[in-house]
Write a protein that binds this ligand. Sequence first.
Ligand code: SDX
Length: 432
Amino acid sequence: MTESKFELGDRATGKKTDLPVRAGTIGPSVIDVASIYKDYDLFTYDPGFGVTAACDSKITYIDGDAGVLLYRGYPVEQLAEKSTFTEVCYLVLYGELPSRRQLDEFTNSIQHHTMINETLLRFFNGFHHNAHPMAMVSAVVASLSAFYHDSMDIHNPRHREIFAHRIVAKMPTIAAAAHKHSLGQPFIYPRNDLDYCSNLLHMFFAVPCEPYQVDPVAAQALDLLFILHADHEQNASTSTVRLAGSTGANPYAAISAGVSALWGPAHGGANEAVLAMLEQIGTVDNIPKYLAMAKDRSSHFRLMGFGHRVYKNFDPRAKIIREMCYKVLARLGRSDSPLFELALRLEEIALKDEYFVSRKLYPNVDFYSGIIYSAIGIPRSMFTVMFAIARTVGWVAHWQEMISDPHMRIGRPRQLYTGPTRRDYAEIGKRS
Ligand code: SDX
């Protein structure tokens, strides 16, 4: 990477320092500020890490102003049109599109790691039937570490690869088991003759008492949604996985931490919150009332599925999913979806409103995805689990990139302390 210098000067002392500036292949360069605590007794301050590069990465590039998203350099639009989720998993994990032989071997490996240990299935019986599936998924993912002592040396590349294949393969099985538990229905085992998304739908919707035929329209729609959700640079859940993994914790624990971070409504939980919001709004006539609430900070109501820390233009994924809604709803005979109509009108009205325009608040990946999940029969409580299934490959790729970096250090941010200065203990009778 090319380097230049950024002069930092302290007016009070007249002291000046040249800080290294490092350029990546595309996107903003970075100022390396590591020396400023030693040289100036200063920390940098950036709550929310809005302008802080926490690492180098070769996986995903986002240009928020231009609405660009690249996985290993490939535009997400092209991958959405020409690839499959399994192929995108290979690309995100290994950095290159696979040859036919590599793809066949990878697909075969994933298909033969889909089962979970039989005793793990009993974990689900410990949950109440109405437990949120994200609670079940995060708990069971963390528990996987109890079953794989033979391949947990994080410094062994083969162990890392086995972990990657296992967790990508098992997430749909764990998700489907959570869904079946909430229904009180028997678990459905994975089938090795089905592709990734067809297998997921089979495990979700098949029942032992009659044959189940996967709808190819639903499988294709899910595959496309998973491609669009596979990775997204240093988002909150990926940063959580990196931070947890930086302590040397086992990778299942790190991924479980990512599942928990994704659950929040400001992050992956937004897709579930969008549907609840659309049902709350109910009709087009109510849109102005709810937009007014969204603009009123004191209302604590936000337009879920709108806004993004990085995209200050249309989220490219939202555009693709919106177009997909038309096709999937039509092919499923659901073109008259009132929630989709309401979402389209809400977007149209909001994007003419100065509040949203001036703050560059556009629909994000979560705004339309729930429309499709609903149309293919996924219950709303499972929407964020769908997001977690797809994002697992991104989390794993970032964890692998970090762990295999010889310069990796434990993540340990500092703070601006604004609490009490030193004071002595006071006996209880002498306190004010
Ligand atoms: C994901 O990071 C990623 O890459 C995430 C993700 C991924 O793939 O991993 O893309 C997935 O998490 C998408 C985001 C899903 N979340 C939502 O849809 C929830 C609703 N959106 C917001 O809560 C919010 O927009 C965030 C959390 C997404 C971004 O928050 P920021 O960057 O901290 O923005 P902010 O809160 O500083 O907002 C700036 C202004 C504020 O108003 P002012 O103080 O300037 O008056 O915009 C307002 C905010 O009040 N604002 C909104 C709003 N989002 C921001 N006002 C109403 N509705 C909203 N949705």
